[in-house]
Design a protein around this ligand. Structure first.
Ligand code: NAD
Length: 482
C-alpha cells in the first residue's frame, strides 16, 4: 500500500503482498462530505479470491502451529501500532466515511482494546478433563475452526473488520476478509498494523470486489470453514442460506430497530439527553442506534422538548472541521433513504419538529430530525432507519409499549429508562433483544458479548463468548494402553 498526503491508495493484501486485482477493475471511493472521488479501490477476480483462500489455507497451518503466547504478543503489537497510528487512521476514516475526526480516531483506539481482549482471552480457551474410567483419559479440546471468510460494512470502517480479524486470529484461525469498498483505506491501514506487527504471510488476507460475487465465491469455496458477516438483514439471510446449503457455520451481526422505553417514573430530561447523544452518534448509522422512542404520555412533552434542544446542539459539517459533532451520511443511498422515510412519515400525518430535509450544500448532509405523530404503519417505525431520524411516540400502558417494542422481526438492542428496579427487571425479562441498556445508551464494551436475536442474527462478538464461533469443540476419549 502506498500513502499520499490526501488518502492511502487502497490495495488488496494477499499472501503477505499488497496488490491490485487481476483485471485492473476498480471502484471509486467518494468523500461523503464533498462528493469528491478520493481514490479507487481494486476489485478482485475469482483468481484473486482463490489465491487469497490458498494463502489462508497455508497461513492457517503456520498460525495454528505458532505458540499461543507468541500469537498473543504479535496481536498486542498490532494493537499498539493501531493506537500509535490512530490519528492518521482517523483522518483516513473521516475522509471516506464522514464521521467526525474525534469519533474516527476514537474508534481506532477503542478497537485496539477489542483486539487485546480477544488475544488475551484466547490464552484461556481451556478445554476440560472429564472424570472417566481409570484407563481412559477423557478430554474436551477447543481448536481453531480453520480459514474464515468475513464480510464487513462501511459504518465502522475500523471496528467492523477488527471484530472479525481479532476473533479469527486470536483463536488461531486465518481469514480472508472483504471489507467495504466504500471505506477501503481504513481497512488497509488496519491490516498494515497486523503486517507490521509480524503476522505471518497468508494468515490475514484483505480483498475488495463486487460484494455478491465475492461472497458467493468465498462461501462456496470448500476451504472456508466459517462465514462471518456484519450488515443488513436481507443480505445476512442470503449469506446464511448459502452457508447453510454447504453446512458451514455462520456468525451473523445484522441490523436492528432499537426501541427506547421511557417509563412513567423516569427523568425525561436525562433520558432525552442520553438518547439523543446515542441517536446522532455516527449520524445514526449504527446497528444498535436507538430508533423508536416510546415515551410515557405523562413525560412525552418534556422528553420531546429536551430531545429537540439536544438535536439543536449538534454541529453538522465536514468531520475534518474543528467543532463538528455529526458528519454527513456515509453515502448517497442513506441520504435518499432519509428523504424517503421522512416523506412517507409526513404523508401519513407525522409532524417535523426539527430537521427533515437535506442541507443545501455539497455532501450527503441530513440534519438531526425529530418527528412526532408518527403512525405505527409509517416505514420509519418498521424499517431500520440507519440515519439521524428520531420518531417520538407516546404510550399509556407499559405492556402495550413492550408489545410495540417486540412487534418487529428485529432483536438487536433495546433501551429502558426507569427509577424502579422492579420495572427494570420487567424490561429485562420481556424485551426481545440481545443487548439491553437501562438508564443509559452507552455502546459496547470488550468484556461483554454483543449480538442479536430474531432476524438480527446469531452468534456473539466480544466477551468470553466472542471466540466461540472461531473454535470447534472436540471430544477426545483416549484409552490408555500402558
Ligand atoms: P446493503 O444491504 O446493500 O449492504 C450492507 C453491507 O453488506 C455493505 O457493506 C455491502 O457491501 C455488503 N453486501 C451487500 N450485498 C452483499 C453480498 N451479496 N455479499 C456480501 N456482502 C454484501 O446496504 P447498504 O446500503 O450498504 O446499507 C444499508 C443497510 O444495511 C442499513 O439500512 C442497515 O440496515 C444495514 N447495515 C447494517 C450494518 C450493521 O452494522 N449491522 C452496517 C451497515 C449497514
Amino acid at each position: 500500500m502506498t500513502t499520499d498526503h490526501a488518502h492511502p491508495t487502497p490495495r488488496m493484501y494477499i499472501a503477505g503482498e499488497w496488490c491490485t486485482g487481476g483485471t485492473g477493475r476498480t471502484a471509486e471511493v467518494v468523500n461523503p462530505a464533498t462528493e469528491e472521488v478520493i481514490g479507487h479501490v481494486p476489485l478482485a477476480t475469482t483468481a484473486d479470491l482463490d489465491r487469497a483462500v490458498d494463502a489462508a489455507v497455508a497461513g492457517f497451518d503456520t498460525w495454528r502451529a505458532t505458540p499461543v503466547a507468541e500469537r498473543t504478543a504479535i496481536l498486542h503489537r498490532a494493537a499498539d501500532l493501531l493506537v500509535a497510528r490512530s490519528a492518521e487512521v482517523g483522518r483516513t476514516m473521516t475522509r471516506e466515511q464522514g464521521k467526525p475526526l474525534a469519533e474516527a480516531s476514537g474508534e481506532a483506539r477503542r478497537v485496539a482494546g477489542a483486539l487485546r481482549w480477544d488475544a488475551d482471552d484466547a490464552r484461556r480457551a481451556y478445554g476440560r478433563v472429564i472424570p472417566s474410567a481409570p484407563d481412559t483419559l477423557l478430554t474436551v479440546r477447543r481448536q481453531p475452526i480453520g480459514p474464515v471468510a468475513a464480510f464487513t460494512p462501511w459504518n465502522f470502517p475500523a471496528g467492523g473488520p477488527m471484530r472479525k480479524i481479532a476473533g479469527a486470529l486470536s483463536a488461531g484461525c486465518s481469514i480472508v476478509i472483504k471489507a467495504s469498498e466504500e471505506t477501503p483505506g481504513t481497512a488497509c491501514e488496519l491490516v498494515r498494523c497486523f503486517a507490521d506487527a509480524g503476522v505471518p504471510a497468508g494468515v490475514l488476507n484483505l480483498v475488495f470486489g463486487e460484494p455478491a460475487e465475492v461472497s458467493a465465491h468465498l462461501i462456496a469455496h470448500p476451504a472456508t470453514r466459517l462465514i462471518a458477516f456484519t450488515g443488513s438483514v436481507p443480505v445476512g439471510k442470503l449469506l446464511a442460506s448459502a452457508a447453510g446449503a454447504r453446512m458451514k457455520p455462520a456468525l451473523m451481526e445484522l441490523g436492528g430497530h432499537a426501541p427506547v422505553l421511557v417509563c412513567a417514573d423516569a427523568d425525561p430530561v436525562t433520558a432525552a439527553r442520553r438518547s439523543a447523544a446515542a441517536k446522532f452518534a455516527n449520524a445514526g448509522q449504527v446497528c444498535t442506534s436507538p430508533s423508536r422512542f416510546l415515551v410515557h404520555e405523562s413525560l412525552v412533552d418534556a422528553f420531546t422538548e429536551e430531545f429537540v434542544r439536544a438535536a439543536g446542539r449538534v454541529v453538522v459539517g465536514d468531520g475534518l472541521d474543528e467543532g463538528v459533532t455529526m458528519g454527513p451520511l456515509a453515502n448517497e443511498r442513506r441520504l435518499k433513504a432519509m428523504e424517503t422515510l421522512t416523506a412517507d412519515a409526513v404523508a401519513r400525518g407525522a409532524k417535523i419538529l426539527t430537521g427533515g430535509g437535506r442541507l443545501d450544500r455539497k455532501g450527503y448532509f441530513f440534519p438531526p430530525t425529530v418527528l412526532t405523530d408518527v403512525p405505527p404503519d409509517a416505514e420509519l417505525m418498521t424499517d431500520e432507519p440507519f440515519g439521524p431520524i428520531a420518531p417520538v411516540v407516546p404510550f399509556a400502558d407499559l405492556d402495550d409499549a413492550l408489545r410495540t417494542a417486540n412487534a418487529l422481526p428485529y432483536g438487536l438492542a433495546a433501551y429502558g429508562f426507569t427509577r424502579s428496579t422492579a420495572t427494570a427487571e420487567h424490561l429485562t425479562r420481556e424485551l426481545e433483544a440481545g443487548i439491553l441498556s437501562v438508564n443509559h445508551c452507552g455502546g459496547s464494551v470488550h468484556e461483554a458479548p454483543s449480538g442479536g436475536v430474531k432476524s438480527s442474527g446469531y452468534g456473539r462478538e466480544g466477551g468470553p463468548e466472542g471466540l466461540d464461533a472461531y473454535l470447534v469443540t472436540k471430544r477426545v476419549s483416549h484409552l490408555l494402553t500402558d
